[in-house]
Design a binder for this molecule. Structure first.
Ligand SMILES: *[C@@H]1O[C@H](CO)[C@@H](O)[C@H](O)[C@H]1NC(C)=O
Ligand SMILES: *[C@@H]1O[C@H](CO)[C@@H](O)[C@H](O)[C@H]1NC(C)=O
Ligand SMILES: *[C@@H]1O[C@H](CO)[C@@H](O)[C@H](O)[C@H]1NC(C)=O
Length: 171
C-alpha cells in the first residue's frame, strides 16, 4: 500500500500535478538516506521545504525509525511522548501540511548518533504578484483554487490508477 502511494506521488509529480513546483518529494539525507553519522543540520541548511511537500525517509527498519517530536525532545533526544510515529516499512513518506518547524528523531539512542532532523516549512511564494488594489471585497481566490483543483486531482488520480492497472495487467 505504501509503495503504491509512493508510485502514485511520483507519477503525479511527473505529470506536474502536485503543487509546489520547487520539488515536491525531498529524500531526507540525499544519497545517505536516514542513517547514522549524517549531519542533517548541514543537509537541511541546503534545502528548501515548502507547504505541501513530502519528506521521504529511506532507512533500515530493523534498527531505525522516524518519530515526529517537539523542539525540546529533538534537542535532548528524548523519544518519549513523541507526536507521531512515521515508521512503516523503511521507505516512508511524510506530508508537510503546515508552514511551521518540524522535528524528527530516531529512537533507540540513534538520535545521539546524528539521527535528528529539524526543518522549517515555508509557504510557497505566490505565483503572481498580489494586486496592490485596496479592494478587500475581492478576497476569495482560495475558493476558486479549490474548485479548480478538485477536478484536476480527480482526473490525475484516474490517470494514475489507469496507468497502475495497465502496468499490472501487462506484467
Ligand atoms: C553539522 O553541521 C552544522 C552546520 O554546517 C554545524 O554547525 C554543526 O557543528 C555540525 N554538527 C556536527 C555534529 O558535526
Ligand atoms: C515537548 O514535550 C514534552 C513532553 O510532552 C514537554 O515536557 C515539553 O515542554 C514540550 N516542549 C515544547 C517546546 O513544546
Ligand atoms: C512505530 O511504528 C512501527 C510500525 O508501525 C512499530 O513497529 C514501532 O514499534 C513504532 N515505534 C514506536 C516507538 O512506537
Amino acid at each position: 500500500m505504501r509503495f503504491d502511494l509512493l508510485i502514485m506521488i511520483r507519477l503525479m509529480m511527473l505529470l506536474g500535478l502536485i503543487k509546489g513546483a520547487a520539488s515536491g518529494l525531498d529524500k531526507v539525507g540525499g544519497k545517505h538516506g536516514w542513517d547514522q553519522n549524517v549531519n542533517y543540520t548541514d543537509w537541511a541548511s541546503h534545502q528548501h521545504f515548502y507547504l505541501g511537500d513530502w519528506l521521504y525517509f529511506v532507512f533500515d527498519k530493523h534498527y531505525y525509525n522516524v518519530l515526529e517530536v517537539n523542539q525540546t525532545n529533538y534537542e535532548q533526544c528524548i523519544d518519549r511522548d513523541f507526536i507521531s510515529n512515521i515508521t512503516r516499512g523503511g521507505r516512508d513518506v511524510f506530508h508537510l501540511t503546515q508552514a511551521r518547524p518540524y522535528y524528527f528523531i530516531s529512537s533507540g539512542g540513534y538520535c545521539f548518533h546524528g539521527m535528528k532532523l529539524a526543518i522549517n516549512v515555508e509557504q510557497p511564494l505566490p505565483a503572481s504578484p498580489v494586486p496592490s488594489s485596496s479592494d478587500k471585497t475581492n478576497a476569495s481566490p482560495p475558493q476558486i483554487v479549490k474548485h479548480l483543483t478538485t477536478p484536476v486531482f480527480a482526473i490525475s488520480s484516474t490517470l494514475v490508477w489507469t496507468f497502475l492497472f495497465a502496468q499490472a495487467t501487462l506484467s
